[in-house]
Design a binder for this molecule. Structure first.
Ligand SMILES: Nc1nc2c(ncn2[C@@H]2O[C@H](COP(=O)(O)OP(=O)(O)OP(=O)(O)O)[C@@H](O)[C@H]2O)c(=O)[nH]1
Ligand SMILES: [Mg+2]
Length: 243
């Protein structure tokens, strides 16, 4: 039975959206819901540390029925809930799918985190990493597993580039180099052609997933780091994790 599921996945595709704080993850999910909501059966899971702020923002935007947007309050650094112990997110996705049996795509937003946070391939089938031009033109060169190996890299808010003195096209080209030709989209919610490129990519990835031609990849674990409260994360391997 599991083999059949792998060859012809019958559950919704799970698409993760990660990236630093404020780069536009919720907005990108809102865009996808607006653009694809009439042709696909969609659901959304948001992750915030202490609140359900992002879920409330998306519900208020009216992009989907409010009940299709569920919040996970991680209570800890966001990457823990999308990579190390995915239980709360996996349960939230399964609940959504059982409440809406025809669901085709679940978008999962990570809480805003640092450059090294990535989703576990046990939670998502594909993942998008979001940077924005306002974070600085050199961010792509700083690298990290999401930038180098997420299924898609978004250089967001290109409409702001002239105001922050950043060359968005150079950032995109550097992304393509860092990713060995894997896709990068320079996106602005005000640029319909870029939004179309994003929706086309999502639909192409979903078609490949349904055909059994898409494989979930692991961009790699977080770099070891410590927090202000003295806790440390050491990921000697993808599974090891200590505080
Ligand atoms: N100019 C411009 N602003 C944008 C764009 N996309 C998002 N924003 C703005 O960027 C800010 C942050 O957007 P969010 O979508 O909340 O970012 P986020 O990554 O979800 O933030 P966290 O969940 O807090 O990490 C908001 O003020 C958005 O309106 C864009 O394409 N252009
Ligand atoms: Mg958000």
């Amino acid at each position: 039975m599991p083999d059949i599921m792998l060859e012809n996945p019958s559950r919704a595709m799970r698409l993760g959206v990660a990236g630093p704080v404020g780069t536009g993850k919720s907005s990108l999910i809102g865009l996808l819901c607006r653009e694809l909501g009439t042709q696909l059966d969609l659901g959304v899971i948001t992750n915030d540390i202490y609140t359900d702020e992002d879920a409330r923002m998306l519900r208020a935007a009216g992009v989907l029925d409010a009940d299709r947007i569920r919040a996970v309050e991680t209570g800890a650094c966001p990457h823990t809930a999308i990579r190390d112990d995915i239980t709360a997110n996996a349960t939230a996705v399964e609940d959504l799918e059982s409440d809406y049996p025809g669901m085709e795509l679940v978008l999962i937003e990570s809480g805003g985190d640092n450059l090294t946070a990535t989703f576990s391939p046990a939670l998502v089938d594909a993942q998008i990493f979001v940077l924005d031009v306002a974070g600085g033109g050199d961010v792509v060169r700083k690298g990290g597993p999401g930038i180098a190996r997420a299924d898609m890299l978004i250089v967001n808010k290109t409409d702001l580039a002239p105001f922050v003195g950043v060359d968005a096209h150079l950032m995109r080209r550097e992304g393509e180099v860092a990713r060995d030709g894997q896709p990068v989209i320079a996106l602005s919610r005000n640029d319909p052609a870029s939004v179309q490129s994003l929706t086309d990519w999502v639909l192409t990835t979903l078609a490949a997933y349904r055909a059994g031609d898409h494989q979930a990849i692991d961009p790699g674990p977080m770099a070891p780091h410590s927090h202000a409260d003295g806790t440390t994360h050491e990921h000697a391997s993808a599974g090891a994790h200590s505080h």
